[in-house]
Write a protein that binds this ligand. Structure first.
Ligand code: FAD
Length: 325
């Protein structure tokens, strides 16, 4: 059993508990999201002893060196004095400048920031509202002069953050956002390599950013996008992407609907099945998978079985909060 000190208080962290579980049990308000070490919403810093390495996986090297760790997967091996990240280290403010429905379920949210902010299209940030409620959303645009960040946010039934964004968040409001995180983005080089991108629903957000980035950087190899949903409420940017495919020789775009009644404009089936059925082998391909966690996790295995190298598979599963029974 290790002891966790935060501020003036010290708590016992049982062997089977994470730092996050210990602090929440003691009613300490810590932002958190996926509880699986993915979203990084529960980023904290150890002020004395180094955290276990396993609690630092996926964190930027610069933050690892400063003893940052993910509280949800941190099972301390020794006593730790911990703190939330300094606001100036990891968070900036941004203003809502546009909010527009893309489908009845998905809203296009555009934020403008004033301070310097580095990101790659396809990375994600943690958005935080005033009361501390925090969720991860992927960046759908490439960095440019206008200091904006675009997001596609799907309303989940009874979802706290997504319903608040859809129904209450107003133009001009301020949101707090973390540094950009994650490795699901385009890297220049290997410009002739074929790319395949598979996404469901608002999983198009990071893929849209990645495609824009790849084309902007002169990617010459074929780029195949498969966007799927159960019904039309999950598909958007259809005309825009069809136009792009019509005028860009190496960009290919397929929409898939897995529900029962679909029109002939779309392929019937799940995007991952349709995509993988259409290709013999993925040896040498770069793969991007985003959206529903089941789809992402299943497809990771399937693309590996089809020959893609693990080093060439980039994925962001849109894990939602873990509900405890
Ligand atoms: C890396 C990453 C990137 C992401 N990018 C995007 C993105 O670009 N776009 C996007 O739309 N989403 C994205 N997500 C998902 C997003 O972070 C949120 O999880 C999602 O918006 C739901 O948040 P919420 O607060 O609305 O729902 P929550 O309040 O967290 O609820 C989630 C679900 O659980 C159910 N639920 C809540 N409480 C209970 C309860 N007590 N009992 C039973 N069920 C319950 C809700 O009904 C809801 O369906 C991403 C996630 C990750 C990890």
């Amino acid at each position: 059993m290790a002891r966790i000190t935060i501020g003036e208080s010290t708590f016992s962290c049982q062997a089977d508990e994470s730092v996050l579980e210990t602090l929440l049990k003691e009613n300490i308000q810590i932002p958190f999201g996926c509880r699986q070490g993915v979203c990084q919403a529960c980023l904290m810093r150890s002020l004395d002893n180094p955290p276990p390495e396993s609690a630092q996986i996926g964190i930027k090297h610069t933050l690892q060196a400063q003893n940052y760790f993910l509280a949800c997967v941190c099972h301390p091996e020794q006593d730790m004095t911990v703190a939330l990240p300094n606001q100036q280290d990891a968070f900036i403010q941004a203003e809502v400048i546009k909010k527009q429905l893309l489908t009845p379920d998905i809203v296009h949210l555009v934020l403008k920031y004033q301070t310097s902010f580095n990101f790659f299209a396809g990375q994600f940030v943690n958005l935080q509202r005033l009361d501390g409620l925090t969720r991860s959303y992927s960046i759908a645009n490439i960095p440019h002069q206008k200091n904006i960040l675009e997001f596609h946010i799907r309303r989940l039934p009874n979802g706290q953050f997504s319903n608040w964004v859809h129904d209450e968040l107003e133009l001009g409001a301020q949101l707090t956002l973390s540094t950009a995180q994650g490795a699901c983005h385009y890297l220049p080089g290997r410009a002739a390599q074929p790319l395949i991108l598979i996404g469901t629903g608002s999983g198009l957000a990071p893929l849209y950013g990645i495609i824009t980035d790849a084309l902007n950087q002169g990617h010459a190899g074929p780029i195949h996008l498969f966007h799927g949903s159960r019904d039309l409420n999950g598909l958007y940017f259809i005309e825009e992407l069809r136009d792009l495919a019509a005028k860009t020789d190496n960009f290919h775009y397929t929409t898939c609907l897995s529900g029962e009644s679909i029109d002939s404009d779309h392929i019937q089936g799940r995007a991952n099945d349709v995509a993988l059925d259409s290709l013999e082998s993925l040896g040498g391909w770069r793969v991007f998978l985003c959206g529903h966690p089941d789809m992402v996790n299943q497809t990771k295995k399937m693309v590996f079985m089809k020959g893609a190298s693990m080093a060439d598979i980039y994925a962001d599963a849109f894990h939602v909060l873990q509900i405890e029974n």
